[in-house]
Write a protein that binds this ligand. Structure first.
Ligand code: GLU
Length: 309
């Protein structure tokens, strides 16, 4: 058996130039800060087991992490509840949009931690006496995944809290079902703040690598979560990470990933690497058009597809 290609041999700037000629998709306009995103922002990064990170141009441009935070919220909830989060949120794909106002039939639980209902719940399961403490613990946890202190874009957090009507509706629905403990408003505030965390492609790749490499941050050497938690999270990224496009993603890219409305995608290829791609124009499922293309190319060039033999 031949060994897979060395990620160090890949020219990420050449790949980026090929991506820039792709023009499809529309930038999310749910809040002004996302609507103002540069449609030509395009960056890629790969974080490798030896702690090195390979980047293209613009891999240091900050953006709000949005739903790419969901795998990490799930991980922190699993740690802080000692695994009980697995009983409180489902793990089945929905085939529906990220913000569908729907809970699991029969149980009243959110369907999975990668859609908004699930992430509102997992964020509220993170330890903390009240929303400020919970947000502080989330910030510390996300920073450990990143290997550096992460900041929050206060304007984004404010607007998402204010304008996230569907998230408020989901939180109220979960309260009515007895699934959510904090007040609906506190739950939305904590989730909105997590989504407003600022990252860049380089940082997000390290976060993805920490999950891909069994919970140890390859840059700092810190064990952030157990190997079991990392495995559980990556499994759910594989089945639910790209919303109602998860099946198509798994066939074409074959790497567990999480998409987001800021146009970022975080990928965790177990045992191999973490990767991040960002480009704001999105397709109908809310996946970055160039990000998807980039992920297909990375998967092909580096033989990352989980089911390729
Ligand atoms: N903050 C966004 C929301 O809850 C995240 C959605 C996404 O990135 O897919 O509406």
């Amino acid at each position: 058996m031949t060994s897979p290609p060395d990620p160090r041999s890949l020219d990420l700037d050449a790949l980026r130039s090929r991506l820039l000629s792709e023009r499809g998709g529309t930038v999310d306009d749910s809040i002004p800060q996302l609507a103002d995103a540069d449609p030509d922002l395009c960056a890629l990064a790969l974080a490798l087991p030896d702690g090195t990170v390979r980047t293209s141009a613009q891999a240091d441009v900050p953006f709000s992490v949005q739903s790419a935070v969901k795998p990490f919220l799930f991980a922190l909830a699993l740690v802080d509840t000692d695994g009980e989060a697995l009983d409180l949120v489902g793990i089945e794909p929905t085939g529906e949009a990220f913000d569908a106002i729907k809970l699991e039939s029969g149980t009243g639980r959110p369907p999975n931690p990668m859609v908004n209902a699930g992430a509102l719940l997992t964020a509220s399961l993170v330890e903390g006496d009240g929303p400020e403490e919970r947000s502080a613990r989330i910030a510390r946890g996300l920073s450990a995944f990143a290997g550096r202190d992460l900041l929050v874009d206060e304007q984004v957090a404010h607007n998402e809290h204010l304008l996230g009507d569907r998230n408020h509706a989901l939180a109220h629905l979960m309260r009515a079902e007895g699934a959510l403990q904090p007040s609906a408003d506190d739950a939305v505030a904590v989730y909105a703040r997590a989504c407003a965390t600022l990252v860049d492609a380089e940082t997000l790749a390290v976060m993805g690598a920490t999950l891909a490499l069994g919970g140890v941050n390859p840059r700092t050497g810190e064990r952030v979560v157990s190997a079991r938690v990392a495995r559980d999270v990556v499994s759910v990224m594989a089945t639910c990470g790209v919303y109602d496009g998860s099946g198509r993603w798994m066939r074409a890219v074959g790497v567990p990933a999480k998409s987001s409305v800021s146009g970022a995608i975080v990928l965790s290829a177990p045992g191999r690497l973490g990767a991040a791609v960002v480009s704001p124009p999105l397709d109908d499922q809310g996946t970055s058009v160039r990000g998807r293309r980039a992920s297909e190319m990375l998967s092909d060039d580096l033989q990352l597809h989980s089911f390729s033999v």
